[in-house]
Ligand binder design. Sequence first.
Ligand code: CA
Length: 237
Amino acid sequence: MKILLVEDEEAIRSGLTDLLVYHGYQVECARDGEEALNKAREQNYELVILDIMLPKIDGFTVCETLRREKPSTPIIMLTAKDAEEDVIAGLSLGADDYVTKPFSLKELLLRIEAILRRVYPDVATREIILLGAEFEIDLSACEVKDLCSPENAVAKLTFREADILRYLYRQKHRAVSRDELLIEVWGYRKESGIETRTVDIHIAKLRQKIERDTQAPQYLVTIRSKGYQLQGFRESE
Ligand code: CA
C-alpha cells in the first residue's frame, strides 16, 4: 500500500513517515501542493494524506484536482483544530475523511486502515503469502499448503500462529523483536512481565510448518539481537 503524504511541516512529515513505514506502508512525501499534484500524476497511490495549508497550491485545490483526475484515490485531510469550515470545505471537495491537528497517531492509523479496508476490500481480505516456491499460506483459512509434496499436503495453523505471520508479513521489511510481538500480537502491555519464551515456542512450532529445515530457517529467520523477520516470500497476485 503506497501512501502520498502531503505536508509542508518537516516535523509532522518525518514523524508521520516513520510511523507509517513502521506499520508496513510505503510512503512518499510532497512538500507543497505543486509537488503533490506532480507526484500523483506520475504514479498511483492507494491513499493521499493531505494538509490544507500548503505552499504554492493549497490543499483544497489539490483535493479538488485529484478528485477530478484520480476519482478513486481516497484522500484524508489534515485540518487545523476548530476549523470546522475547513472540514466542510474539504469534504465537499471530495475528501473521504479528515483528522484535526494535533491528531493522535493512533487515531490517524485507524482512519487509514478503515478507509483502505473500505476502498480495497479485495486486498484487505486476500491473505495469501507465498514462501519461495515451497509453501502457500492462507492466513484467513489458517492453512499452509506444501507445494512440493505430492498431494500439496496442508498443515493447519493456530490463530495465534496466523496472527504472528500476519504481523511479520505486514512488517516485512524489518526484523520484529519478541517484545514487539508480545505487545502487538498477544496484546501484552509493555509494563507487564515479558515472557519471551512464549514467543520462541510459537516460532519453533511455526517453523515446523513452514520450513524444510527448522535448524536452518529460510523464511522465518532470526536476525541476531533484533528479532524475527519473514524473508523469501513472493508477492501473490
Ligand atoms: Ca501546513
